[in-house]
Design a protein around this ligand. Structure first.
Ligand code: GLY
Ligand code: MN
Ligand code: MN
Length: 356
């Protein structure tokens, strides 16, 4: 499964004239090797791929790691790589500048004094911009777990229930339905707290007449889902309903427009224009969406500032929102797979205003 990924990585390294590439991001290590543990280092060279981990992961890595020469060591992975001669003969070696701390960089320099270390950005992330079949399968499965969680969670949302109780139930349901963990701490934002896009759940109790925004996801075999829905509890104001319908319309319009090959900023503009036309432009305070995969937030950015063209085969979120200070907010978020001619919406959770 990972062999073609390593081959594509090697092609990149040749193009960048790198003699080797040190992979330290655990997400990227998982993408390249299949390893799901918490401590590892990989070195990819034209004719060799080395995987190093510590002794806790000896058995696990034996089962999980494919396509790499595997070694379990007692202490420091970088020092072990030096003892093994894993960078012997290398002059220019790339490292992941986003993931290597200054201390780790100094260790690399000190341990391999004759190597010139070259900072790189998003090499593996770019390989995973277009998802392969297995990645799409995992994301789709994670998304369908989130749909099931939504279907169940609405049953416990009623006046008197605390935001934290709802968040705890989301985390429980994530695992119950097969997710390995929360993709991020669930957002449960009720009433005026809905105007904070990433409000942390609190002990506040749900009240009649409030909107409640839920944003959650799960991780399944390394891949994430990310869904938001806003529901109403009892009778809501006309303005709340108007905000809801505006966001829903903007979200549907963006989904209808999304396709591989279009500029990310043009897609953002579809939703932004609709929200602006309704008079809520200044309350749509974040970008329309983001890439989704091994990371909850990854390339491409789907924002007004993006200079990227979207690619068929990328999975992105479509999540417009309106956040009115001291009033409340609405966000509706789906995960979609871009295709040449449009997109496939991976979520199936209902989006019509739900009154609980
Ligand atoms: N849950 C974070 C986001 O929707 O981007
Ligand atoms: Mn989200
Ligand atoms: Mn999101």
């Amino acid at each position: 499964m990972t062999r073609h990924r390593i081959a594509r990585l090697r092609k990149e390294l040749t193009e960048k004239s790198l003699d080797a590439f040190v992979v330290s991001s655990l997400h990227n290590i998982r993408y390249l090797t299949g390893f799901s543990g918490s401590n590892a280092l990989c070195i990819v060279r034209p004719r060799e791929a080395i995987f190093l981990t510590d002794s806790r992961y000896n058995q696990q890595s034996r089962v999980e790691v494919k396509g790499f020469k595997r070694k379990t060591v007692a202490s420091g992975l970088v020092e072990a790589a030096a003892r093994n001669g894993n960078l012997r003969g290398c002059k220019k070696v790339g490292f992941e500048s986003h993931y290597v701390s200054y201390t780790q960089y100094r260790t690399l320099r000190k341990t391999f004094p004759s190597v010139s270390f070259v900072p790189t950005l998003d090499i593996v992330e770019t390989l995973s911009l277009v998802k392969d079949r297995e990645e799409v399968r995992r994301i789709t499965e994670a998304v369908s777990i989130s749909d099931k969680v939504f279907d169940q969670i609405v049953k416990i949302i009623r006046p008197g229930v605390k935001e934290l109780e709802i968040a705890a139930e989301i985390s429980y349901l994530n695992k119950k339905f097969g997710g390995e963990e929360d993709a991020f701490g669930p957002v449960v934002a009720s009433g005026t707290r809905g105007s904070w896009p990433h409000a942390r759940p609190t002990s506040k109790r749900i009240k009649n007449g409030e909107l409640v925004t839920l944003d959650f996801g799960c991780t399944l075999r390394g891949y994430n889902s990310d869904i938001s829905r806003t529901v109403a509890v009892g009778r809501i104001s006309r303005r709340s309903r108007d905000i809801y319908e505006t966001v829903l319309d903007a979200q549907r319009m963006a989904i209808a427009a999304a396709r591989g090959g279009m500029w990310a900023k043009d897609l953002d503009a579809v939703a932004r224009k609709r929200i602006k036309a309704a008079g809520y432009g200044k309350y749509f305070i974040h970008s329309l969406g983001h890439g989704l995969g091994l990371h909850v937030h990854e390339r491409p950015r789907v924002s007004a500032l993006s200079k990227e063209q979207l690619k068929a085969g990328s999975v992105i979120t479509i999540e417009p929102g309106i956040y009115m200070p001291r009033f409340g907010g609405v966000r509706i978020e789906d995960d979609i797979l871009l295709t040449e001619n449009g997109c496939q919406v991976l979520n199936s959770a209902p989006k019509e205003l739900m009154i609980l």
